[in-house]
Design a protein around this ligand. Structure first.
Ligand code: ZN
Length: 172
């Protein structure tokens, strides 16, 4: 396993649509392991493959002691809305508000190619939507409102807080 370098806003990789995974190869298992290690090293809740320079539809999300490896994720259903205050490893120094579904049902494959479905709400729903946007080449900052400058320390503290799942989301 290895910690991979995070691509930052301005890198064209972050604005491209990621490609569907047709065959899950051993190198993709290495990629998933590296993404997991990188996400944990940065205390992040999620990471998308384009953020480490791989233009494939692969995302990892870890929240509430559960790890989700999502290959070719697809949103099946959404319900409600919430305003999510977000930040991103690829957009250091900024946070902002973005409207997300309050609940999502997502279908994906795991690393063994088995299809499964996740039902998520509140913070996990917004985190999954944030990562799925990366697969479309979209950064939260492009549509965020109430954008604030945050220091590296504040950003790190936010990520720790989310990993410790203390923050609750407001239903709107
Ligand atoms: Zn992000």
């Amino acid at each position: 396993m290895a910690i991979r370098q995070i691509r930052l806003q301005g890198d064209e990789m972050l604005n491209k649509k990621a490609r569907t995974v047709t065959t899950i190869t051993p190198s993709m298992h290495d990629l998933l392991d590296d993404m997991l290690e990188t996400m944990r090293a940065k205390d992040a809740v999620g990471l998308a493959a384009p953020q480490v320079g791989v233009l494939k539809r692969i995302v990892v999300v870890e929240f509430d002691d559960a790890l989700y490896e999502l290959i070719n994720p697809e949103i099946l259903e959404t319900d409600g809305t919430q305003v999510s205050n977000e930040a991103c490893l690829s957009v250091p120094g900024r946070s902002g508000d973005i409207e997300r579904p309050f609940e999502v049902t997502v279908k994906a494959q795991n690393r063994h190619g088995e299809e499964y479905t996740i039902h998520a709400d509140e913070f996990l729903a917004s985190a999954i939507c944030h990562e799925l946007d990366h697969l479309e080449g979209k950064l939260f900052l492009e549509t965020a409102t109430n954008v604030q400058f945050i220091t590296n320390e504040q950003a790190a503290a936010r990520r720790k807080m989310h990993r410790n799942r203390r923050e609750r989301r407001l239903r709107r």
